[in-house]
Ligand binder design. Structure first.
Ligand SMILES: [Fe+2]
Length: 157
């Protein structure tokens, strides 16, 4: 394995992903709590599955940073500064909650694509593989959320 200095750009981008994922987690959890309406039970569960999944991925990202010799961000202040995803206070409107999660997934995908490219540049196939899997899973989730919105055709995307 290469040294921390060699991986510094990759570690920085992984920390951006870590920060953004933490904010996405809070957003998705807020939607889980606040969701209301005719699809309450379904969406309450969808958001629960998503934030539990985010917890696992956040942990793996931080531990990958440590494995590469880096230091993961440890506090919320730094994460809020670095995150490309903004906090999106929810009023529980189901369509807004789904659109918000879709937007968060898109934001994460942008950083993840950067991480994969950097990892490939470093021939770090483990990080590239880890994050590529996340991208694939999120694309599938985004497809399902989009299908939900198509079904409810009043949404603007
Ligand atoms: Fe819950």
């Amino acid at each position: 394995m290469k040294t921390k200095e060699v991986y510094s750009d990759l570690i920085k981008q992984l920390n951006n992903l870590l920060a953004s994922y933490q904010v996405a987690y809070f957003n998705i959890r807020a939607s889980h709590w606040m969701i209301k309406g005719e699809n309450f039970f379904e969406l309450h569960k969808v958001f629960e599955t998503a934030y539990n999944d985010a917890t696992v991925k956040i942990d793996a990202i931080a531990e990958r940073i440590l494995t590469l010799g880096g230091q993961p961000l440890l506090n919320a202040t730094d994460m809020l500064k670095l995150s490309v995803i903004k906090e999106n206070g929810q009023n529980g409107d189901q369509e807004k909650c789904v659109v918000a999660m879709l937007n968060d997934l898109k934001g994460l995908a942008v950083i993840e694509t950067e991480v994969v490219k950097l990892a490939q540049d470093h021939e770090d196939i483990v990080t590239a593989d880890l994050i590529t899997k996340y991208l694939g899973e999120q694309q599938k989730t985004a497809w399902m959320l989009s299908q939900f919105l198509n079904k409810r055709s009043t949404i603007t995307r």
